[in-house]
Design a binder for this molecule. Structure first.
Ligand code: PHB
Length: 393
């Protein structure tokens, strides 16, 4: 007998549900280990908080037993650094003999770890990193989050349908930002629109003033923005408002990352009316989502789930259903058992595409509105079952 001590939750209050799962002693032969690599510390720690909240809730609701074995989550903090993710993935595979690698908040983390999954034939469930090409980096990668081209088309279409044709794009200068920039440009220009300037900013930016000034100078009808969800999105929104872009008649458009549910209420009135397209809103009006939002709030001190919590929850679904089908076996059999899964998620119906191993899902157009005193992304249109368009490029 040995006690499950490898769940590294010491750092954090928000990770209590996972810690509770670690409390019961279980024989090693009776466990299936899952290595969950996310940023728990550092500027992207909110990703770890959201993803683990989703993972914990799934296990709390469905139990941590499959094929007569107990699933053990080994939570590892990569602090958002790709070298750490790769080292942790290697250790989890070699020393801990995990059946699955999961998590991966940022694209560089997923990129750095992909070859470990391939070499060791370990399924790798990407629960957040959203550059289109992530799933092409290993045949063992399955993704439950989204891709930037998948969620950008909707808002680009909304723009030209609403006669917005002169746009500046402003994106974080790393892979998902470049994906979003290209996708928005392709849609708009194919429909007669014009990109007046394509601006890029460092991935971590606190002062948006120089970029916002360049947007002002270009005198567009709208600016399309992608930056990593979380606190920098809230800072951006504040500066966009303070610098008077809205008053100058420049509309703010983006993917849902800029109006992330986790920080939306910190943005205040500045966010009202913002139009975005994305695959998940905490306000999605389904019975399953209402239950999900309530349960996350209850388990996590009132936290509102965002798209990362949903991807963690659905990622666990894909893993547990896969393990059920393989009777606990891992490797290629497990990846194959994840392909083609179709199920109801808090975001709506989703499918793991058997060819690409990427998620197919509904993408919604949403507008920020105040409901019962709180800000929400209220869905007003939907494109059903969108595949990642990035794969055909
Ligand atoms: C990514 O690194 O792929 C990424 C990060 C933050 C987001 C979306 C995508 O909000």
């Amino acid at each position: 007998m040995r006690t499950k001590t490898s769940l590294v939750c010491s750092v954090l209050a928000g990770f209590t549900a996972l810690a509770a799962l670690a409390a019961t002693p279980v024989r090693a032969a009776d466990t299936i280990k899952i290595g969950l690599i996310v940023p728990v510390t550092g500027p992207f720690s909110y990703m770890g908080r959201q993803i683990t909240a989703g993972v914990s809730l799934y296990l709390a609701e469905h139990g941590a037993t499959v094929a007569g074995k107990t699933v053990e989550i080994l939570l590892k903090d990569d602090a958002g650094l790709p070298d750490n993710s790769r080292r942790l993935a290697q250790e989890l595979v070699v020393n801990d003999k995990v059946a699955v690698l999961a998590g991966f908040g940022l694209t560089p983390q997923a990129f750095s770890s992909a070859s470990i999954a391939t070499q060791s034939k370990t399924p790798m469930v990407v629960m957040q990193a959203a550059t289109s090409s992530v799933t092409e980096k290993s045949p063992f990668i399955v993704r439950t989050s989204m891709t930037l081209p998948q969620v950008t088309g909707g808002v680009a279409e909304w723009a030209y349908k609403n006669k917005i044709t002169r746009v500046v794009t402003l994106v974080s200068d790393f892979a998902p930002g470049i994906d979003a920039e290209k996708s928005f440009k392709d849609h708009l220009t194919a429909n007669g629109g014009q990109i007046l300037a394509a601006l890029r900013m460092p991935m971590i930016t606190a002062d948006f003033a120089p970029y916002l000034q360049r947007v002002m100078d270009a005198k567009p009808e709208a600016v399309f923005v992608f930056l990593p969800a979380g606190s920098s999105a809230a800072v951006f929104m504040k500066q966009f408002s303070e610098r008077g872009l809205g008053k100058a008649g420049i509309r703010l458009l983006g993917t849902g990352d800029i109006v992330d549910d986790d920080v939306l209420n910190d943005m205040g009135d500045a966010a009202l009316g913002t139009i975005t397209s994305h695959h998940y809103s905490a306000a999605h009006p389904s019975a399953m989502n209402k239950k999900f939002v309530e349960a996350i709030g209850k388990a996590q001190n009132g936290m509102r789930p965002n798209f990362m919590a949903v991807a963690g929850y659905d990622g666990m679904h894909v893993i547990m259903e896969g393990l059920k089908a393989t009777r606990g076996a891992g490797g290629e059999a497990l990846v194959n058992a994840m392909k083609g899964q179709i199920f109801e998620s808090p975001r709506g119906q989703v499918l793991i595409d058997a060819q690409t191993r990427d998620i197919v899902q509904d993408v919604y157009l949403r507008k920020v509105e105040r409901l019962n005193g709180k800000l929400y992304n209220v869905e007003f249109d939907v494109e059903k079952f969108v595949k990642d368009p990035g794969k055909s490029r």
